[in-house]
Design a protein around this ligand. Structure first.
Ligand code: GLU
Length: 479
């Protein structure tokens, strides 16, 4: 490819952004970024019954959440507008007319009922579905009353021949003309069918490489016939391998809830983790598992996409998520944690330093933001339910004396920090001539209600001074 690549993601807004779509978008985006190209978002909204504004919004939201930014398309514009197919109907009509005039397409007046009947008959005779090919009834039809509605069909060459392409992923693939029929390009109401709209737009938008899911391999042949008929140079193609669910069935919206990109957001998965997970579905760079965005851009190429299906591994997603929880700046994670705390009934103001303390305290154990919030909630509520077994063991009269000293020393601290609070525990234990655990454990039970929590200084800080003192007082009142 001599000039900078132009690649595109062309979703149909008939549902939320699914993982397969996100992968197609990501691969195209990375390719454009790596080779200084342009990534175009085109909305294929010609299925007017199933396309909705809500789905469009969901797709844009999904891409934005994953930070897969497009250079041209909705909300951005660009040099080849409009980027919605339903706003390009004149263009399709003109191109259809052009092919009709050149004798490479024709109007077909067979009614949908007739076609349906013929299809049913052909399938019954063959005993299998999908065998029907249009007979060419209207190819040379002259007896047409003006004004009658018609679809426009592509005229397959009548001589023998074949059409091939060299796929980035699948290698060379060929189809005989005889396997293709005179397919419909334009419906009677002027709406293009997928193969037609797609080719017109890919050509006019100067797309140099088309990367999409493997379910579109067979569409590539009629599409190539169209490039040929117009005398246009076709783009390169890369058909991405299937993605299988954890049950090794093709990942589908119907069967797999994990196919929904935004479900992962709700589950407390970070977009960095999901992207890292998705890039490994069909593409690899040696044995690398953790791949930063920077590395993705440096390394990605369609020639490294394999043809073996990518399989969904839920543990790997959680593992990656925890990796990013642990390695991204705590302040960054804190901001993303806030809505999860609110959702679980313990909202904290955006500037509250405890948000960051929670991240530091729990990121070694929490695999998602949902889990992290759940671990933190008991620290943020007012009051605590004390486990009586823990109290019997640790809140004895003797140990409460130590708790009293911790309470008073901590209350007197000018500022609550982890080292200062740890020092309080240390000082009290030294004064009493006992191990630090003998002091920390009763305090822990008083603060958390049981015997496990992060480090004692961290625990006190998480609960916050006012509430921690209240909890210590409540424990002391038991004595
Ligand atoms: N609108 C098609 C889809 O969502 C696009 C396929 C293509 O990329 O050509 O499947």
């Amino acid at each position: 490819m001599a000039s900078a690549p132009r690649v595109r993601f062309a979703p149909s807004p008939t549902g939320y952004l699914h993982i397969g779509g996100a992968r197609t978008a990501l691969f195209n985006y990375l390719y454009a970024r790596r080779f200084g190209g342009t990534f175009i978002l085109r909305i294929e909204d010609t299925d007017q019954e199933r396309s909705t504004e809500a789905s469009l919004q969901a797709i844009l939201d999904g891409l934005k959440w994953l930070d897969i930014g497009w250079d041209e398309g909705p909300e951005k514009g660009g040099p080849y507008p409009p980027y919605f197919q339903t706003q390009r109907l004149d263009t399709y009509r003109q191109h259809a007319e052009q092919l009709i005039a050149a004798g490479k397409a024709y109007r077909c007046y067979c009614t949908p009922e007739e076609i349906k009947e013929r299809r049913a008959r052909a399938e019954k005779e063959a005993g299998v579905t999908g065998v029907y090919k249009y007979e060419g009834t209207c190819r040379d039809r002259k007896d047409v009353p003006a004004g009658q509605h018609s679809v426009v069909r592509f005229k397959m060459p009548s001589q023998e021949g074949s059409v091939s392409f060299d796929d980035f992923v699948l290698g060379k693939i060929t189809k005989e003309y005889s396997d293709l029929d005179d397919w419909v390009m334009l419906r009677a109401d002027g709406i293009p069918l997928y193969n037609f709209g797609c080719v017109i737009d890919d050509h006019l938008m100067d797309i140099s490489l088309v990367a999409r899911g493997q379910e579109h391999v067979n569409s590539t042949f009629p599409q190539l016939m169209l490039y040929q008929a117009f005398g246009w140079e076709p783009p390169r193609f890369a058909h991405l391998p299937l993605i299988l669910g954890p049950d090794r069935e093709k990942l589908s919206k119907r069967k797999h809830k994990e196919a929904d990109v935004m479900l992962h957001k709700a589950n407390g998965i970070l977009p960095e983790a999901l992207l890292n997970f998705v890039i490994r579905l069909g593409w690899s760079h040696g044995n690398d598992e953790v791949i930063s965005r920077q590395q993705m851009i440096e390394w990605f190429d369609f020639k490294d996409v394999g043809s073996t299906s990518g399989v969904w591994n839920p543990e790997k997603l959680l593992w990656l998520n925890q990796h990013y929880l642990k390695t991204l700046p705590a302040s960054d994670i804190a901001a993303r944690l806030a809505p999860f705390l609110a959702e679980q009934g313990s909202p904290l103001p955006a500037q509250d330093p405890r948000l960051e303390h929670i991240v530091v305290a729990f990121r070694e154990r929490a695999k998602t933001l949902v889990e992290m919030a759940a671990m933190a909630v008991p620290y943020l509520k007012q009051g605590v339910a004390i486990d009586e077994k823990a109290a019997a063991k640790h809140l004895t009269a003797d140990s409460l004396k130590l708790v009293r000293q911790v309470r008073d020393d901590a209350a007197a601290l000018p500022e609550w920090t982890v080292p200062a609070l740890d020092t309080v525990i240390k000082t009290v234990s030294e004064r009493a001539g006992v191990g630090m655990g003998k002091v920390a454990q009763p305090v822990r039970v008083a603060i958390t209600g049981n015997t496990t929590s992060p480090g004692i200084g961290e625990t006190l800080l998480l609960v916050g001074k006012d509430e921690a003192l209240r909890r210590l007082d409540a424990a002391l009142a038991r004595g």
